[in-house]
Design a protein around this ligand. Structure first.
Ligand SMILES: *Cc1c(COP(=O)(O)O)cnc(C)c1O
Length: 312
């Protein structure tokens, strides 16, 4: 049965973020709660998927196949979308079969899983990687790791209109900048594409700066026909992707208690801590209004915290 996606345009609430260090600096922040779009599907990964789903529909595919790790927010969003809209999904996983909270949910959502090992997963960028999977699942549309690429970028551009529509509720006429966590830069590129050139997008890097994110963002914007650079990337990984330290975890828990907004340590807490640094360094004048994107990821929170306790 060809894939049909019913019209579904979930709205993420935009809420005032109340934290003492923001108040002291006179900086106002509104948080776009992508973690709250739905009970099943969550985070920026849904918006990155929209463009890929549209491609799949256009090609007459019946479902989607993609790849990721055993804690992948992307595979989680894909499997949840398959469950919500009733299409088949297949996940190709890094490493060897193991149970994580994410893996258990993927299976509950009905995703069919294949474990590629580590070497097998590393081969994902080779030209013939998809050939055997296309033969095995000819009716499924392949989606790159993380839901990236130009289709992923275009889906995230919708976030700008979503924020603008909710400004009156906050009593805001406008805002001066965006702030969000960056992995591949797909979400950031989508915001840059849709936003006015005089509203910069600040990306707090959850991966080390030498992972080629800057090149990736430049390539995405060039592909989309927009070379204007209304953005900057800030180192925020604290030594590497998924690296956690006591300062980060203390900050995360204190922020959650004070603001009532749940965070996770891989992306959103790192981005908020980097924002605190920038605010306390005086990078935003008193009276500035910022949009902080809560990119989701809460499904992986418990496992990330457990891994942190294990490694001491
Ligand atoms: C994937 C992810 C990001 C990074 O998004 P990119 O588009 O790859 O930059 C940020 N936050 C969370 C919670 C994510 O799952």
């Amino acid at each position: 049965m060809p894939l049909v996606i019913p019209h579904w345009a979930p709205e993420a609430p935009l809420q005032a973020l109340r934290l003492a260090w923001l108040e002291r600096a006179g900086v106002e922040v509104a948080v776009l709660r992508l973690d709250q779009i739905d009970t099943l599907v969550s985070g920026n990964k849904w918006f990155k998927l929209i463009g890929h789903l549209q491609e799949a529909v256009a090609r007459g595919a019946e479902g989607l196949i993609s790849l990721g790790g055993a804690h992948s927010n992307h595979l989680h969003a894909l499997a949840a979308a398959g469950r919500r809209f009733g299409f088949p999904t297949v996940g190709l996983l890094r490493g060897h079969a193991r149970e994580t909270p994410t893996v258990v949910e993927l299976r509950t959502f009905g995703m069919q899983l294949h474990w590629l090992g580590y070497a097998g997963y590393r081969a994902r960028h080779q030209v013939d990687f998809w050939t055997p999977w296309r033969e095995r699942y000819p009716a499924l549309h392949p989606v790159p790791e993380g839901g990236g690429g130009l289709p992923g970028t275009r889906g995230c551009a919708a976030l700008v209109a979503m924020v603008r529509a909710q400004l009156p509720r906050l009593g805001w006429r406008d805002y001066h900048a965006w702030w969000l966590a960056v992995g591949t830069g797909t979400t950031l590129a989508g915001l840059v594409l849709a936003e006015d050139a005089d509203v910069p997008v600040h990306g707090a890097l959850a991966v080390p700066a030498d992972h080629g994110v800057a090149d990736q963002v430049r390539a995405l914007l060039a592909q989309a026909g927009n070379r204007e650079a209304g953005y900057r990337l800030i180192e925020a990984s604290r030594g590497g992707f998924a690296r956690m330290d006591a300062e980060l975890l203390t900050f995360m828990q204190a922020s959650e208690e004070e603001s009532g907004v749940p965070l996770e340590p891989l992306y959103t807490a790192k981005a908020l801590l980097a924002l605190r640094r920038a605010v306390e360094a005086g990078e935003f004048a008193a009276g500035s209004r910022l949009i902080f994107v809560h990119t989701g990821g809460l499904q992986g929170r418990a496992a990330a915290m457990a891994a942190c306790r294990e490694s001491g």
